[in-house]
Design a protein around this ligand. Structure first.
Ligand SMILES: Nc1ncnc2c1ncn2[C@@H]1O[C@H](COP(=O)(O)OP(=O)(O)O)[C@@H](O)[C@H]1O
Ligand SMILES: [Mg+2]
Length: 215
């Protein structure tokens, strides 16, 4: 089956549906482009899983964009079930054993997993909660530059808990200048957060006219 130089993919079948042979991906060709197509239920996801597992066992890190969570099961040990054992015999997968793979979950929102950078073409976003504090500032610049909606809640939260002028002023100012996309967001945030900002900060930000003149 899988050896040092290849990943076991599955068994191909003859036209009469009988077993033909084991099919492998040679690791030396593992850097090529590939495309898996097929109707629903034809085994695309399972193929991706077995590829990810094979690469992992070969010491190759795998990054999966797993929108539906289909692939996440490889993080847990499987259990023997009759139909699986039968199938393993059919495809001559021997030994048929179970393994849990080392998995790090990345999460766009940084809530259910490791915060991920997301992008409209380039890396964008880093978690803002952890040190160093200047990193989120850089990444939030990308949020408004790219009008990156998914990160707006995090940006709002950042500007709510983070009152420092150094962060707040340029971010809110930039949002305010983007009339179409950013300004409504700036109005919403500043209306809520103004009271918690230092007077020196609000003196500048009030000039943006986001909220009615303050007495
Ligand atoms: N090589 C295989 N041998 C046996 N059953 C398989 C195989 N590949 C997939 N299956 C089974 O077929 C079903 C659909 O497979 P899946 O990979 O989810 O399909 P797809 O992603 O193409 O919709 C699953 O229940 C899976 O267990
Ligand atoms: Mg699928």
């Amino acid at each position: 089956m899988a050896d040092e130089t290849s990943i076991f993919l599955g068994a191909s079948r003859k036209p009469d549906d009988s077993y033909q042979r084991a099919e492998q991906l040679l690791l030396q060709y593992g850097n090529r482009h590939g495309l898996i197509t097929g109707a629903t239920g034809t085994g695309k996801t399972v193929s991706l899983q077995i590829l990810a597992e094979g690469f992992s066992n070969a010491g190759v890190p795998v990054l999966c964009a797993d929108i539906k969570g289909d692939l996440s099961g490889i993080a847990m040990m499987g259990k023997a079930q009759d139909f699986l054992v039968r199938r393993a015999e059919q495809v001559k997968l021997d030994p048929y054993d179970f393994q849990e793979f080392p998995v790090i979950f990345w999460d766009l929102y940084g809530k259910l997993g490791h915060p991920v950078r997301a992008s409209h073409g380039g890396p964008l976003w880093i978690d803002y909660a952890g040190p160093p504090r200047t990193v989120p500032y850089i990444s939030f610049i990308d949020v408004y530059k790219n009008r990156f909606d998914p990160a707006v809640p995090a940006l709002e939260e950042f500007l709510t808990v983070q009152g420092r002028r150094k962060f707040v002023r340029p971010l809110i100012t930039a949002l305010a200048k983007d009339q179409q996309w950013g300004r409504p967001i700036a109005v919403r945030i500043y209306t809520r957060t103004r009271a918690s900002y230092h007077a020196v900060t609000t003196r500048d930000l009030d000039k943006l006219g986001l909220i009615p003149a303050q007495k």
